[in-house]
Design a protein around this ligand. Structure first.
Ligand code: FES
Length: 635
C-alpha cells in the first residue's frame, strides 16, 4: 500500500494529504492554489519554481531551468519533484498566477494579470576562458533557456511573453556592473519585447504601476502591484489647469494664444501626477524606483496637454488632433518621477473630443462585446456618450459645461464640505442634506438636479424653464413654498433653498432663474447627443437594455430626479446603472493586462464618432432638448 504524506504550502498555510509518488505541483493544485504553468506540468516551461523548506523529495529535471546554486538551496520545479516525506513548500510570489477583480458595470470582473511590464530573475553562468560570451548574449541566452516562452506545449502556444529583442544604450551601460554585483544573478525588466531595466540580484518581487485618470476637473491615480494586480492605494487632486480655465476650450485657447501657454499647462499636469505618485508611494511604503509603468486616460485635450502636443487644431473646424493611437513614452521624457527607465502609456483616443477616457469606459463596461444595445454616459464638463453593441458602437461628445460641477451656478460649488448635495420638498418643508459637518455654503450638481426636479413637481418651474413669481403661483401652493419664492436679479424669481439663519455665510442660498437656464443648457446638450445617437442607430428608448452612468458625478445622481429634468432618458430606473469611475477602471485594466491594452486599441479603431456640430438636426434637437419633460416620468 502506498504511503500518505502531509504537504504544507506556504505562505497560504494550506495542508493536503497526498499519496507517495505525487508531484509537488499536483499537491499544490490539490490544495486549490494556482501556480504559474505554461506547460501544464510537463517540465518544459520553467514557470513553477518553488522552494522546499522542510522534508524529502526526488527531483527529476529541475536543473534544466534552475542553477546549481539555487538547487542547493532547495529551489526546484514543482512539477519535476516527487514528494518523499511530509514536506513544507514555499511558493514565491513570482510563481503565482493571480486574477484581479476590477469594478466594472457594478460588478467585479476577473482579469488575468499579465502586464506589459514584467520582471524576471535570471542567473547566468559565469564567464570563463572557455565561455567568453558577451554580457548581453549571456543574459539573452540564459533568459531564453530559463523562460523558454515560445515552445508549443500541451496546453497552448505560450506567446504572452516576447523574447527580448531590443535594449537601449543607457540600459546596456548598466549591464556589466549589474551582472557582477550579485554573482551573475540579475533581474531583467521587460516592457513588451524591450529590456528597459537591469537590476543586480533578485528584485523580481517589487514591480508596481500607476493608472491615472486625468479628468478636466479631477485627477485620480491608483497604485497597483504588477505581480498580482492588487490595488495598493488611491490618491486624487483637483486638476491644477482649472486655474487657467474650467473647460477644455479655454485651455486650448490659452495654449494657442500664449507663448508659453502649452508649456505651462503641461507642467501643471505633470507636477500634479508627480504629487499623486508621491502620495501613493508614501502611503504604500514602496520605492518610487520600483514603479515601472504609468497608464493614463483622459479626454483628447487632456491627453494632448499631458503629452505637450499642440492642441490648437482640436478647437478649430474640422477639429483634428495630433495623435489617435496609444503612445508609450519614456517617463524621463515626460518628467514623470518613477523609475528613470519606466514607461508612460497614454491610451488611444477616438476623435477630437472623445478621448482615451471614453475608450477606457467602453473597455471597463465591455459594451463592445455586448449582444444588447447599451448606452454609457460620463457626465463631466464634457459629456461623453457611447451607444451600441458588439455590432456597432458610436460615440459623441457634448459641451455640457461645468454646471453640474457647480461652476457658473450662482451658489454653486464642488461636492465638498458644506455643499448641499440633496434637496427634497416634502409636505411641510424643504429638506436638505449637506456634505460634512459645516453649515451649508452652496449647492453641488446633485442638489442642482434635485432642486429643479422638485420645483418642476411643485409647479414653480414650467416646462420652458421659467420660474414663476410669487404672485403667479397657484392658490393652493403651500405657504412654506410660497414664502421661499422671491424676487432677485432684476426682479427675476429665485427660490430660497436655505435661509441666512441656517447658512454659513449668514446669507440666503438661492436657486436663481439663471441657474435653471445654465442647467437647461447642460442637460439639453446631453439629451440632444442621446437623441442623435439613437436616431443614427435607428433605435428607440425601448431598444436600450441598460443606461450606464460613469464618473464621479454620475454615481451620485438620483436617477428619478435626473429623469424628471430630462437629463436621463425616460426608461425604467432599474435599467439605469452606476458603473463607478469606469475611466479609471479602464486605465487599471490596461496597466495589468496586455491583452486588454490591445483591446483598447481595437475599441479606438472601431468606434464611430459623430460630430454633433455637423449633424443637420443638432440645433433643432438641442433647442427641443432644453425643455423640461412635462409629466412626472419617475418609474
Ligand atoms: S509547469 Fe512548466 S515546468 Fe513546471
Amino acid at each position: 500500500m502506498k504511503k500518505r504524506y502531509k504537504v504544507t504550502i506556504k505562505p497560504d498555510e494550506k495542508t493536503v494529504w497526498v499519496l507517495e509518488g505525487t508531484t509537488i505541483y499536483e499537491a499544490i493544485e490539490e490544495a486549490g492554489i494556482i501556480i504559474k504553468s505554461e506547460c501544464g506540468g510537463s517540465g518544459v516551461c520553467g514557470s513553477c519554481k518553488v522552494m522546499v523548506l522542510d522534508g524529502q523529495y526526488e527531483d527529476h529535471g529541475s536543473e534544466r531551468f534552475i542553477s546549481q546554486k539555487e538547487l542547493d538551496k532547495n529551489n526546484l520545479l514543482a512539477c519535476r519533484a516527487v514528494v518523499k516525506s511530509n514536506l513544507t513548500v514555499d511558493i514565491p510570489i513570482t510563481s503565482r498566477l493571480f486574477e484581479q477583480k476590477i469594478l466594472t458595470e457594478g460588478v467585479e470582473k476577473e482579469i488575468e494579470v499579465s502586464p506589459w511590464v514584467q520582471k524576471y530573475y535570471v542567473e547566468t553562468p559565469k564567464p570563463t576562458l572557455e565561455d567568453q560570451q558577451f554580457d548581453l548574449d549571456r543574459i539573452l541566452n540564459t533568459f531564453q533557456i530559463q523562460t523558454n516562452r515560445k515552445v508549443q506545449t500541451n496546453r497552448k502556444v505560450c506567446t504572452d511573453l516576447s523574447q527580448p529583442t531590443q535594449v537601449s544604450l543607457d540600459v546596456l551601460r548598466l549591464l556589466p556592473d549589474a551582472l557582477r554585483e550579485e554573482d551573475f544573478g540579475v533581474t531583467v525588466v521587460l516592457a513588451g519585447d524591450e529590456i528597459i531595466g537591469l537590476e543586480s540580484g533578485n528584485k523580481s518581487e517589487h514591480c508596481y504601476g500607476v493608472a491615472i485618470d486625468i479628468g478636466t476637473t479631477t485627477v485620480v491615480g491608483y497604485l497597483l502591484d504588477l505581480l498580482n494586480g492588487q490595488e495598493l492605494g488611491v490618491a486624487s487632486r483637483t486638476n491644477p489647469q482649472t486655474s487657467i480655465g474650467d473647460d477644455v476650450v479655454t485651455r486650448i485657447n490659452y495654449a494657442s494664444t500664449n507663448q508659453d501657454g502649452l508649456e505651462k499647462l503641461h507642467e501643471k499636469i505633470i507636477s500634479c501626477l508627480n504629487e499623486i505618485i508621491d502620495e501613493l508611494v508614501k502611503e504604500a511604503g514602496i520605492q518610487k524606483s520600483d514603479i515601472y509603468e504609468v497608464t493614463t486616460v483622459g479626454n483628447t485635450t487632456m491627453n494632448h496637454l499631458f503629452l505637450k502636443l499642440n492642441p490648437k487644431y482640436l478647437a478649430l473646424n474640422p477639429y483634428v488632433g495630433v495623435l489617435r493611437e496609444g503612445l508609450s513614452s519614456r517617463a524621463g521624457e515626460l518628467g514623470i518621477a518613477i523609475n528613470p527607465h519606466g514607461r508612460v502609456y497614454s491610451m488611444p483616443n477616438i476623435a477630437g473630443f472623445v478621448g482615451g477616457d471614453t475608450v477606457a469606459v467602453i473597455l471597463a463596461s465591455q459594451i463592445h462585446k455586448s449582444k444588447e444595445i447599451k448606452f454609457a454616459i460620463d457626465i463631466g464638463t464634457n459629456g461623453e456618450l457611447v451607444m451600441g453593441n458588439r455590432e456597432r458602437l458610436i460615440a459623441c461628445s457634448t459641451a455640457a459645461g461645468p454646471a453640474f460641477e457647480g461652476a457658473r451656478i450662482t451658489y454653486g460649488m464642488r461636492a465638498s464640505n458644506g455643499a448641499i448635495e440633496k434637496v427634497v420638498i416634502d409636505k411641510d418643508d424643504v429638506e436638505i442634506n449637506t456634505i460634512g459637518t459645516s453649515k451649508p455654503i452652496g449647492i453641488c450638481g446633485t442638489a442642482l438636479i434635485d432642486s429643479i426636479a422638485e420645483l418642476l413637481k411643485a409647479g414653480i418651474i414650467d416646462k420652458n424653464g421659467r420660474m414663476k413669481k410669487a404672485d403667479e403661483l397657484p392658490d393652493n401652493t403651500p405657504s412654506f413654498i410660497r414664502k421661499r419664492v422671491i424676487n432677485h436679479e432684476h426682479h427675476r424669481s429665485s427660490f430660497v433653498l436655505v435661509t441666512g439663519t441656517m447658512s454659513r455665510s449668514g446669507k440666503d442660498i438661492l436657486l436663481t432663474q439663471k441657474d435653471v437656464r445654465e442647467t437647461q443648457l447642460a442637460k439639453g446638450a446631453i439629451a440632444a447627443g442621446y437623441k442623435i445617437l439613437k436616431d443614427t442607430l435607428g433605435i428607440d428608448d425601448k431598444d436600450i437594455k441598460e443606461v450606464l452612468l460613469a464618473g464621479a458625478f454620475g454615481n451620485y445622481i438620483r436617477r428619478e430626479q435626473a429623469k424628471r429634468i430630462g437629463l436621463l432618458p425616460d426608461i425604467s430606473t432599474r435599467r439605469i446603472k452606476f458603473i463607478g469611475n469606469a475611466a479609471g477602471s479602464g486605465a487599471k485594466m490596461a496597466l495589468i493586462s496586455r491583452k486588454l491594452r490591445q483591446e483598447a486599441l481595437e475599441i479606438s479603431n472601431n468606434t464611430e464618432y459623430i460630430e454633433l456640430a455637423v449633424s443637420k438636426d443638432f440645433h433643432k434637437t438641442f433647442a427641443e432638448a432644453m425643455y423640461f419633460p412635462e409629466a412626472d416620468t419617475t418609474h
